[in-house]
Design a binder for this molecule. Structure first.
Ligand SMILES: [Zn+2]
Length: 478
């Protein structure tokens, strides 16, 4: 980034709401159905059909607004956004324009190496999705209208972001909030969470906004960062060469690492917005809003804070374990049952996470929280050593076996018999006279060598605290 310019970035996110049926008809929103099977006269835009607003979609949109600290408008208006596109059967999209449902909120971000900041949310409005053009189906191109009419929110962020890293952080935090609310599955590949980035540059220290370009539908956070970086460099090069930036809509091509023009950017007046005559104004009662506010889920930032302040986790562990709402739930379940949150957090991070499969809002765990809690208890009561806990874990993965049964069956149990351990320790010290002399000569770090030898002898089953104690005593006198 050239020092004379700063980049100004605002993101618009389209998020599909997880309702069972579409925004204005009763058709199913399930993904992956045969093309054009989840359609009806309303979402096909047939003459004479009338839309009926989905109450659940409003509820989810209100919860998003509340989570982002927005004001929920008791009266908002649906509008027609007119444009022609093959996947838009009505010739317009029902959206909200000058009277959106949610206004003026914010999102807290903390990009790596930058100060934590509040980023403005201009508005959150409701709208419906278009269908999809599918190319190459048996050599043909088809229009699949299964997605047409699916409820969306558009979350419009203020142009407060100053780097691609901040943009990626904003998206991660926003996606995390929507997933915790359970209103969106955060799936970028299937397009249920889509991002457009408005990018402009301006001379450092000025406040007027430069001409912006909009990069459409980038489907990974890493690509968003790369697309913004490319676009900022492109605009700086243009301006530095005495040319001006044209307002355009661009697409990002990951293969070439470049943005390409799609079309010249349209202005709001190109869409001839007008109030949707088939829908009355949307009225949301105060009592409904406060009901949603009081039943709002604990948000990720608050959960991270609680994991640190109340459960004693490091900020890093708290952020790893809140990376997905189901992982956070799993951790809390284990911590509650096992009674030691820090040990639970460590074991989950080092052993369990690599075996967890995530799919949207769902997560599949290799063991249940009950199994893991029992395992951690066996270690805490010193029936098995830390090393043995890992072995037992490997044996219960993917099964419904009880760790206690596995320990009993395999004859595993921590060696805590002081007499037996002392005999082993003595043997180890006697067969390594050189190291013993070294230790007694002041090289106390050699204690680790002896502990290692005892562990090897006992195949990791010795109680390490007891071994330490015995060895220190044996090595104290020759
Ligand atoms: Zn329909």
């Amino acid at each position: 980034m050239s020092p004379e310019f700063e980049s100004v970035i605002g993101l618009e996110v389209h998020a599909q709401l997880l309702t069972k049926t579409k925004a204005f008809c009763g058709c199913s929103t399930s993904f992956g159905a045969r093309p054009n099977t989840n359609v009806c006269p309303v979402c096909l835009g047939l003459p004479g059909s009338l839309p009926v607003l989905n109450r659940e979609a409003v509820r989810l949109a209100v919860r998003i607004g509340l989570a982002l600290g927005c004001t929920i408008q008791e009266k908002s208006i649906f509008a027609r956004k007119n444009y022609f596109y093959p996947d838009l059967p009505k010739g317009y999209q029902i959206s909200q324009y000058d009277a959106p449902l949610c206004t003026e909120g914010h999102l807290d971000i903390a990009a790596p190496g930058a100060e934590p900041r509040k980023v403005g949310i201009v508005r959150v409005h409701m709208e419906e999705d278009a269908g999809k053009n599918v190319h190459g189906m048996g050599g043909d191109s088809i229009v699949d209208l299964n997605r047409a009419g699916t409820p969306l929110v558009e979350i419009v962020g203020a142009p407060d972001l100053r780097s691609s890293a901040e943009a990626a952080e904003y998206l991660r935090r926003l996606r995390e909030i929507l997933m915790v609310l359970g209103v969106n599955d955060g799936n970028l590949e299937e397009g249920s969470f889509r991002c457009d980035a408005n990018v402009s540059i301006r001379p450092e220290g000025t406040s007027a906004l430069g001409t912006r370009c909009e990069i459409k539908n980038v489907n990974s956070f890493r690509f968003v960062e790369r697309a913004i970086d490319f676009e900022v460099r492109r605009q700086i090069a243009l301006v530095s060469a005495g040319k001006s930036v044209e307002q355009e809509t661009l697409r990002w091509d990951e293969a070439s690492g470049k943005t390409y023009p799609l079309r010249s950017k349209e202005e709001a007046h190109d869409y001839r917005y007008f109030p949707e005559p088939d829908l009355p104004p949307l009225l949301v009662e105060r009592s409904f809003i406060s009901e949603q506010q009081s039943s709002l889920e604990e948000l990720p930032a608050a959960r991270r804070g609680r994991f640190v302040a109340e459960l004693g986790l490091t900020p890093y562990a708290a952020s790893v374990l809140t990376g997905h709402p189901r992982i956070a739930d799993f951790f809390e379940g284990v911590a509650r049952l096992a009674g030691d949150p820090v040990k639970a957090a460590n074991f989950i991070q080092t052993e369990v996470l690599r075996d967890v499969t995530l799919a949207g809002l769902q997560a599949t765990f290799p063991v249940t929280s009950e199994q893991l809690a029992e395992l951690l208890q066996l270690a805490a009561e010193k029936t098995i050593s830390g090393k043995q806990a890992k072995d037992v874990y490997a044996k219960i993965v993917g099964t419904s076996k009880s760790p206690r049964d596995v320990v009993a069956e395999s004859g595993l149990a921590q060696l805590s018999d002081a007499v037996e351990l002392e005999a082993i320790c003595r043997r180890v010290v006697e067969s390594n006279p050189k190291q013993a002399a070294g230790y007694r000569g002041g090289k106390t770090a050699l204690l680790g060598f002896f502990v290692g030898q005892v562990m090897k002898e006992t195949r990791g089953s010795a109680n390490p605290a007891l071994v330490n104690e015995i060895l220190v005593r044996l090595l104290a006198h020759s």
